[in-house]
Design a protein around this ligand. Sequence first.
Ligand code: ZN
Length: 466
Amino acid sequence: MHRTTKKSDATDFFPAEIVYLRWAVSALGEWIRAWQTPQHANIKEKKPMKIARLAFCLNAALAAGTAFAADDLFTPSGNREQFIAPGEMLAKVAQDPSNERIELVRANANLISAKTRDLRLSLPGGLSINALQSRFETMASGNEVWIGELDAGVAKGLDTQGRQALDANENTIIAVRSGDTILANIRVNGALYRLVPVDKGQHALIEVDQSKFLPDEDAAAYAEMVRHAPPPRAMDRNWVESNAKAISTIRVMVAFGPAAASAIGNDQQTVDLAFTESNNALAATNTDIRFQQAGSIQYYTQSETNNYTTMLSRLTNGSDGFYDAIAGQRNTNTADIVAYVAPASSTLCGQAAGIATSNASAYYVMSPSCMTGNYTFVHEAGHVIGTRHDNDPTTTPYAYGHGYVITSVSRRTVMAVNNGPCPSCTRIGAFSSPNYTISGVAIGTANFNDNTRVLRTRGPTVAAFR
Ligand SMILES: [Zn+2]
């Protein structure tokens, strides 16, 4: 076993200096937000941390007896200067209102290796937890991805009704290494932490307040998408239930405009994380779909807008002077779907050109900050393929094609929205299905909430677009 022990106690992890850093970055974030949006200067009292849940995890890790065996993926850096004069990337991280708490750490990128069996993650709030490698991949870009399952002592396997527990999927790390940097999403029983490269070789360790994520689409954007859904009769002819067991590979071409390229530090690293996170969500309930990157990232320098309806109209029109080269690039790269990373919107995370789109309209746009963490990348693709929100009353062509809110355990699936009935329910990386559970509760119903069945049914059609 790969094991180089570096013992340190969880209570030693946060010396006075780190407390100062937390305060300093919090003050910096508040100052930048207040400066940018004076109307929000009186920020309301923050919600208390989910202490009970974190304490449970910590106990579980300690009980398993492995909490202090592995190498630390990151350790506190204690560099005060960066908070006093923050670099460009740290300032951007501090500006994002969903970044609840930020610490500076030194990350050991050499540990993101096929040979690393387990890692220790020392998270904000004194939580120290081990991750055991479950998969290692080298992406087409050359970036390396280390996926681990956290030692959180949750339910696994089938229950007495033959339903698969997905709790382990909520206790994971996906870490993408590019050179000396690591971009990672860490999920612990519904809580989300991020490791993001910032300036001067340092990384920000972030505790995310997922309730501050923007809705996937606002009401106007969703109405526009519903307007572009094909009529029920047309769908009936095309949607033949598939019994095929083969995996449908859907190739997605990612396009960046100038705003996205400047908002994201390392575009390819972010895209690699988005694909890995999306494929994990698609695999969780056996949707029989996997995404594949269709060529390298395409860059555009044309003027853009954060009106996503306008962006989609320009993208799907091949002769209006906007992005007219994109259809040819889509053909060259045999891309079934095109995802455009647009300027950030203040009201929504993304928008698709329709629901169950035609081949010609298989496009979606999204805000750079929503690409990973909120599952927007796979949410919008889900619309293109044919899935609907939990609170969409449409029952044609298939009554079961909706996301699901699992209110009793405060969770929602990828196609269930925070502008629906439960804004505080955090999103799990899975599509609705009656055959899977979280905390013993089904994540869908056979009659109304089975997006997995929609994806299985229409996946082969979309995979054959190009
Ligand atoms: Zn949506």
